[in-house]
Design a protein around this ligand. Structure first.
Ligand code: AGP
Length: 621
């Protein structure tokens, strides 16, 4: 993960670097730092607090310059501490911003260098002193060791020694108006300005600075100077590197700096935005047609007879929900795989598979790698359901459905999940129609129910006060079980993930029928058991499972559809949802689980939008 910004300009670039970091904090927030070329030396400021504090540090220390790089870190190698914070200097000896003398090379990095141990041993043997546990410092020393007056040349030579994934930005004390960037496996964009050029992990970091963006490709190295830049690409099959032109795109990136309005946290705001987000995602859809997924979709859909969904975390749970829809409505075999597992396992490829990736960010390293793996196995019919139209995933897939959730800032995914479900339901209907399993009447009914979702969601959001009362009970718990069946089992999984992610309460989800095969042993009066209870075909089975919990003294917290006739009783707490919403019910049932996690976390006083150890966008494997 981690976020990078770099700049070469004719004005002081520190405010731009700091603003960029603020917009990239979603990529990690264990520490942050900035380095500039100032007074003929490298100067830096680093902090294990948030970017706002770094901003104060640079103001107090008078850190400014025409050239600089900055970084926000999600720790991989080495604990979150100032000495591990980027930028790293070659020959670094812990000199901080006020120091007159520091190293020669300044470098920031996003990714993981797999052979850092060997490189470190070699560099140590050559006299380089290390001040951090990071793999990044190794690259700084490596570039230094290869530097012979031309930084671009040193970086090109250095990356030939690196194994793993990286995006880097580097500058050198001895070449004051130059920043070099390179990428392999981690995202990096070039922002082209007038008399100035920039680097960033995401175009969003440069919103308002420049909208002229070059998406660097794997293996690219870029040389940024005040009024010019150039790029070299790696040669095919061992051929020498050569200069390339990459298209400059006009990107209207959103700064992501959404106002909180009346909300306490972005997560709460984003939960309450769901009626709008679903409305926007479905806007303008008059009928079910393959073109909703892009040009050429009809041909792709006609050539597939199974679906393989690849995703991580919350996005994998929307995929699991879609599997139920795809098999029951479109009658197409569907499989869901966790991207980080799929990419490394032996599987049996079938070229008539539609590969569907699901990702809010479109930058998740595991999901991107899983897509590439599927393609390398000959499965080239690819589609993504993604929230970021400019992302690597959208660029990599043949077809796309762009959800219109808007920027999601809270680390815990909420509106991205429900809008993914909306996109995946449309995909289900489209494949059903293509395969002759959707009558005109069914199509009209489904579309009507989809259009009504924003209103139905408002009714569920109105349950917030009742959920807050439950959250007060949950705040003192250390464990919770979530139960669901069928289409709502993935919703139970998502509810458990939300709770553990932001409240740090250990939570597990099970298909309710599986309880008696083991987890029932955990049930005591101290164990809250959250039950997702829609009025569907499995309701009677679910009620029996609830009895199994009550018989062991477990406390049931049931989100029951209004028409289920499940009543509150001793040890049975019920929040009554609206009436059953048919196939789209998961979109409603996940919302009170999001609210429960949110209010429990608030009651425990955790950092809701930036939970410990996590980051919004997981760009390392
Ligand atoms: C969920 O709340 C998460 N923070 C996480 O599981 C997330 O869904 C996962 O990392 C996948 O991200 P993506 O959708 O951007 O690919």
């Amino acid at each position: 993960m981690c976020g990078i910004v770099g700049a070469v300009s004719q004005r002081n670039i520190v405010p731009i670097l700091i603003q960029g970091l603020q917009r990239l904090e979603y990529r990690g927030y264990d520490s942050c730092g900035v380095a500039v070329h100032q007074g003929g030396e490298l100067r830096r400021a680093r902090s294990t607090s948030r970017v706002a504090e770094l901003n104060e540090m640079v103001a107090v220390d008078g850190v400014e310059g025409l050239v600089g790089i900055a970084h926000t870190r999600w720790a991989t190698h080495g604990v979150p501490a100032v000495h591990n914070a980027h930028p790293h200097f070659s020959h670094g000896t812990g000199h901080e911003a006020k120091s007159a003398k520091a190293g020669r090379i300044a470098l920031v990095h996003n990714g993981i260098i797999e052979n850092h141990d060997e490189l470190r041993a070699d560099l140590k043997a050559r006299g380089y002193a290390f001040t951090s546990q990071t793999d990044t410092e190794v690259i700084a020393h490596l570039v230094d060791s290869l530097y012979d007056g031309d930084l671009f040349d040193a970086v090109e030579r250095a990356i030939a020694h690196l194994k793993g994934a990286y995006a880097i930005a580097v500058f050198c004390r001895d070449e004051p108006l130059r920043v070099i960037g390179a990428r392999e496996g981690s995202p990096l964009v070039l922002g082209v300005g007038v008399g100035e050029n920039f680097l960033a992990s995401d175009a969003m970091a440069l919103a308002g600075v420049t909208d002229q963006i070059v998406y660097l490709e794997e293996g690219d190295v870029v040389d940024l100077q005040q009024g010019k830049y150039w790029i070299t690409a790696k040669g095919e099959d061992g051929a020498a590197r050569s200069r390339v032109e990459r298209p400059v795109k006009t990107v209207h990136a959103h700064s992501g700096a959404a106002e909180l309005g009346p909300y306490r946290h972005y997560m709460q705001k984003e939960i309450f935005e769901q009626p709008r987000a679903i409305g926007d995602t479905l806007e303008g859809i008059e009928g079910i047609t393959p073109e909703l997924f892009g040009d050429g979709a009809a041909e792709v859909f006609a050539n597939v007879d199974k679906v393989l969904i690849l995703a991580c975390g919350t996005s994998s749970y929307s995929g699991m929900t879609a599997k139920y829809w795809l098999e029951s409505i479109a009658k197409i075999p569907a499989q869901v795989e966790i991207a980080s597992e799929y990419r490394y396992r032996d599987s049996v490829p079938d070229p008539r598979t539609l590969i569907v990736t699901i990702t809010q960010s479109g930058e998740t390293a595991d999901t991107l790698a899983a897509l590439k793996h599927a393609r390398s196995l000959g499965m080239t019919n690819t589609l993504t359901v993604c929230n970021v139209s400019t992302s690597a995933m959208v660029r990599e897939c043949k077809l796309a459905y762009i959800t219109r959730a808007g920027a999601e800032i809270g680390v815990a995914s909420t509106k991205a999940f429900t809008t993914q479900l909306a996109g995946l339901f449309l995909l289900t209907l489209t494949l059903a129609k293509t395969r002759g399993h959707l009558s005109a009447e069914q199509e009209a009914d489904h579309l009507k129910a989809m259009r009504h979702l924003p209103v139905a969601l408002q009714a569920v959001l109105a349950l917030e006060p009742q959920v807050i009362a439950w959250a007060e009970d949950f705040a003192s718990k250390e464990n919770a079980l979530f139960l669901g069946r069928g289409l709502h089992y993935p919703i139970a999984l998502e509810g458990a993930l939300k709770l553990k992610e932001i409240s740090y309460i250990h939570a597990e989800a099970y298909p309710a029928g599986e309880l008696k095969h083991g987890p029932l042993a955990l049930v005591t009066s101290a164990m809250p058991v959250v039950t997702v209870a829609p009025n569907d075909a499995l309701l009677e089975k679910l009620k029996s499972n609830m009895q199994e919990v009550r018989a062991r003294g477990g406390q049931l917290y049931v989100f029951a559809d209004g028409d289920t006739r499940i009543e509150s009783d001793s040890g049975v707490h019920v929040i009554r949802m609206p009436e059953h919403y048919g196939a789209l019910s998961p979109i409603l049932h996940v919302v009170p689980l999001q609210l429960l996690a949110y209010h429990t976390a608030c009651a425990r006083g955790t950092d809701v939008d930036k939970p410990r150890n996590l980051a919004k966008s997981v760009t390392v494997e």
